[in-house]
Ligand binder design. Structure first.
Ligand code: SF4
Length: 253
């Protein structure tokens, strides 16, 4: 593995970090690969060091070949259920994900590949990587275009994200949908009702929903410093979801 100095291809990736064991990034014990670069600038982002797609501003970023990553994965293969690609936005390096997943699945058909994506990308990319990727874990950062733009630092395309949500649901490729509760932004009943309407319209009612409560750790945005989300607010969202027929809900606190 080498320090980054350019290029991205189907056989080489810019990697911001690798965590060999995680139980919160998909089913079972997972090796998580954090890919460098993001197309959004979410105001609650806890990984701003992964934003720069060149990796030059992240001293931990390294260039990793497909074969090198397979060697790393092989060290843990007997202990993991699969690989999760996270970020940043991992699909900025979708060619690498496609090629790695193709090779990995041919070697380990019993293991799963999950992509933790904001799904605010061209739908053709999702269709292409879906040939080898088992599931995605998208989030609905906000339930309407205005709020979505605000939450994503003015860069998000709400229509595209929602259309991709529907696409992935129709393909059976959603492992879970995440709903991030951000203080003063997505913590009101008005937003909860909008989220529920989006879910009713675009995904199956059996969808696994994961409530993500805002944590200030690592967040660069000073506006959110010292702000928290009350547990009662989380309980209220869970109740509202259940009343509306969404019962497959996960909240890890
Ligand atoms: S999509 Fe994820 S990594 Fe990118 S800015 Fe938003 S929270 Fe951060």
């Amino acid at each position: 593995m080498r320090k980054n100095n350019k290029t991205r291809s189907s056989h080489e990736a810019l990697v911001a970090g690798i965590v060999p064991s995680s139980f919160v990034d998909g089913p079972g014990n997972r090796l998580v690969v954090f890919l460098q670069g993001c197309n959004l600038r979410c105001i609650y982002c806890q990984n701003p060091e992964t934003w720069d797609p060149t990796g030059k501003k992240n001293p931990l970023c390294i260039k990793v070949s497909l074969e090198e990553l397979l060697r790393v994965v092989n060290k843990y293969i007997d202990f993991i259920s699969g690989i999760t690609f996270s970020g940043g936005e991992p699909l900025l390096q979708w060619r690498f994900i496609r090629e790695f997943s193709r090779k990995f699945k041919s070697l380990h058909p019993d293991k799963t590949i999950i992509v933790d994506s904001n799904i605010d990308v061209e739908s053709s990319i999702l269709i292409e990587v879906s040939k080898y990727v088992d599931y995605f874990t998208p989030d609905i950062k906000a339930p309407n275009p205005e709020l979505y733009r605000k939450v994503t630092g003015g860069l998000g395309n709400f229509t595209r994200m929602i259309s991709n949500l529907k696409l992935l649901d129709s393909m059976g490729k959603i492992y879970e949908v995440r709903l991030p509760i951000i203080p003063t932004i997505t913590d009101s009943e008005e937003v909860f009702n909008e989220w529920i309407n989006i879910l009713k319209e675009h995904v199956n009612s059996n969808v696994r929903l994961r409530i993500i409560k805002f944590r200030p750790h690592g967040v660069a945005n000073s506006f959110l410093k010292n702000k928290t989300v009350n547990e009662e607010v989380v309980k209220n969202l869970i109740n509202m979801l259940k009343i509306n027929g969404f019962t497959n809900i996960v909240y890890l606190g």
